[in-house]
Design a protein around this ligand. Structure first.
Ligand SMILES: C[S@@+](CC[C@H](N)C(=O)[O-])C[C@H]1O[C@@H](n2cnc3c(N)ncnc32)[C@H](O)[C@@H]1O
Length: 221
């Protein structure tokens, strides 16, 4: 198993958000048109979490979804629900907000080299992370997701996808132009979706599409 990466900041080409950690929870509702709570609720419903299952949240940011997942489960094991993010400052905020919750753990780590053994998790989630990494890292992190999920393990991914209406085109392309972020363009062009279908999961389903540019995908290993 690769070493724990908390000791030194992980290196990645991913667009990390250390600089935004202290204001992220204020800005996220603006960027998601106030829909982020709905995306989290739907993610948790789709994962059908039970009992003492182990769950990973990839690119967890300040860990809101991670904490909500932990609240659904019964375990008292410290590493039952793990959130990873490449930004050490995001992880610091997530740890502070989760103080006192026994079954949550946060780690500074990169999605393309997950520091976990094979088949460690029953389920995984990732919201608004995949438009922060380029195609090569998208593919590598999906291979890592498959590796750490048990056979039959479930995952839900929420992210920017090909726009389907005027609102969607406005939101998705303004994100691309504002931040000059090629990783967003890749999602707009449907390349995240293609890599999900190509990653070798036994089931990949686009469950729903929101605000004309955000898709929710359900995967099984
Ligand atoms: C838009 S935020 C999403 C946070 C949270 N999942 C949410 O829905 O609010 C994307 C996160 O991905 C993280 N990130 C960027 N590259 C990464 C990588 N290679 N591995 C893990 N996290 C990464 C950033 O630091 C940032 O916190």
């Amino acid at each position: 198993m690769p070493a724990d990466r908390d000791c030194s900041p992980p290196e990645t080409r991913g667009r990390t958000l250390d600089h935004a950690a202290s204001v992220y929870d204020l800005l996220a509702p603006v960027m998601t048109l106030g829909l982020e709570g709905r995306y989290r609720r739907r993610t948790i419903e789709l994962l059908r979490l039970v009992g003492t299952e182990r769950v990973l949240d990839i690119g967890c940011g300040t860990g809101i979804l991670t904490r909500q997942i932990a609240a659904r489960l019964d375990g008292s094991c410290r590493e039952q629900v793990i959130g990873i993010d490449a930004a050490a400052k995001m992880i610091a905020v997530a740890r502070r907000k989760a103080a006192g919750i026994v079954n949550v753990h946060f780690k500074t780590a990169v999605a393309e080299t997950l520091p976990f053994a094979e088949a460690r998790f029953d389920a995984a989630a990732s919201t608004f992370f995949y438009h922060h990494i380029d195609m090569d890292l998208k593919k590598r992190s999906l291979a890592e997701l498959r590796r750490v999920l048990k056979p039959g393990g479930r995952a839900v991914i929420v992210d920017v996808d090909t726009p389907t209406n005027l609102l969607g085109r406005l939101c998705a392309w303004s994100g691309y132009w504002l931040f000059r972020q090629e990783e967003i363009r890749e999602n707009i062009e449907g390349r995240l979706r293609e890599s999900l279908y190509d990653a070798g999961f036994s089931r990949v389903e686009k469950v729903s599409h929101h605000a004309g540019h955000i898709s929710i995908f359900y995967l099984e290993n």
